[in-house]
Ligand binder design. Structure first.
Ligand code: GMT
Length: 375
């Protein structure tokens, strides 16, 4: 199939899933066209089967807000015509599903029929989409998509609760390429980061409020009182400065490393002992899955799709949002005894195998085939 993929090309989970999906589909013989405003960060290699088309939004002083949806829908029309794209798979409803629908209508006028598959990722529904200003447009675009998928059962329920949805929503969980997380080096160069007796705890996110960054630091503060440890804070975002201040106030600056955005997530996870994800909500928590695939157990909250990903008492522990004491206690339980830690590490790997891309990507292929047949 010739498939157009629309996504946010950033470090966020939806862009990562879209990129990894496109790459795997290309390996399976499909021709993939990424259509977005810059080359997706995890898309390092373009090939015969993988193409990238940049959406330009010309600056014009009259526009207080540059009309990205307009530029995207025009680009989609042009690319479908030029490359014979058969199906558009848009990740994140806002504004991608909306722009794709406009493109579909323009193409229909010229006798070209292209179905749209929309994948809901979380914040497009739970944080942004349910905002009264966006709600009618989001409801409309979901209902007009030819197939809709969500990354967890929990997100499906939220979508049905928050919007008047007339379509079936197929749950296709996020996936992981286990081979990428199988490390060829044994010590993972951990000596560069910590002393032999220190545990390495990691958090990776976009440092937005929903990630509850102060909780990450407070949990680590409690851990390091009990055992020697370092905290790796990976990512960039609005909460980062306040986090740096809190670390300073707590007097733990020598034990916390702020790494910024990184393209070496698997290297960092390779030397990590524990992953912290105390989010307010999380439709799936792809980063928790990435951690588990690198044999890193996860201390997380029990909201949204997280219980579908992290198994309490097996791959890590789940707690209520804001239950800092509980999360600290669970972290210390895993970290203080090497046999327990090794058991949780092994379990985390086993848990991640449930999300092997070889099992999940065919689910998308089946949805594409069915949608093309019905369209
Ligand atoms: O907030 C983020 O982590 C970014 C956001 C995105 O749109 O990229 O992530 C959402 O989609 C990911 C991929 O499906 C999910 O793993 C994240 O849980 C989800 N974030 C939230 O629901 C807050």
């Amino acid at each position: 199939m010739k498939i157009g993929i629309v996504c946010y090309p950033t470090f966020g989970g939806s862009g990562v899933v879209a990129t990894e999906l496109g790459l795997e589909l290309s390996k399976r013989g499909h021709e993939i066209h990424f259509i977005t405003y810059s080359q997706p960060v995890r898309l390092e290699l373009l090939s015969n089967n993988v193409h990238f088309h940049e959406v330009h939004v010309p600056e014009y002083p009259l526009f207080l807000y540059q009309p990205y949806e307009l530029a995207l829908s025009s680009k989609l029309v042009d690319m479908v015509k030029l490359h014979g794209i058969e199906l558009l798979h848009v990740h994140y409803a806002i504004p991608h599903a909306y722009a794709a629908y406009m493109a579909q209508q323009m193409l229909k006028d010229e006798g070209i029929f292209v179905p749209i598959v929309t994948t809901l990722h979380g914040t497009d529904i739970t944080l942004v989409g349910s905002h009264p200003f966006y709600k009618p447009a989001v409801t409309f675009s979901i209902n007009k998509s030819n197939a809709v998928t969500s990354v967890s059962e929990s997100l499906k329920k939220d979508t049905m609760r928050l919007f008047d949805i007339k379509r079936e929503i197929h749950v296709v969980p996020n996936f992981i390429d286990l081979e990428k997380h199988t490390h060829s080096f044994t010590d993972c160069q951990r000596a560069m980061m910590a002393d032999d007796d220190e545990r390495i705890i990691t958090h990776i996110s976009n440092f937005r409020e929903v990630k509850r960054i102060p909780d990450v630091i407070k949990i680590f503060y409690n851990i390091q009182k009990e055992l020697p440890a370092k905290l790796m804070m990976v990512g960039e975002g609005p909460e980062k400065e306040a986090a740096e201040q809190l670390v300073e106030e707590l007097g733990i600056s020598d034990r916390v490393i702020f790494v910024g955005n990184s393209n070496e997530i698997d290297r960092i996870l390779c030397f990590s002992d524990l992953f912290l994800l105390p989010s307010q909500t999380e439709s799936f928590g792809l980063v928790a899955l990435e951690a588990m695939a690198s044999s890193v157990p996860v201390i997380s909250t029990n909201t949204g799709g997280l219980p579908e990903v992290n198994e309490d008492g097996f791959s890590g522990y789940l707690s209520e949002v804001n239950a800092i004491k509980d999360m600290s206690k669970n972290a210390i339980k895993i970290l203080s005894d090497i046999d327990t830690l090794n058991q949780f590490k092994a379990n985390a790997k086993v848990q991640s195998q449930k999300f092997d891309l070889h099992n999940i990507v065919p689910m998308y292929e089946k949805i594409y085939e069915d949608t093309l047949k019905e369209f």
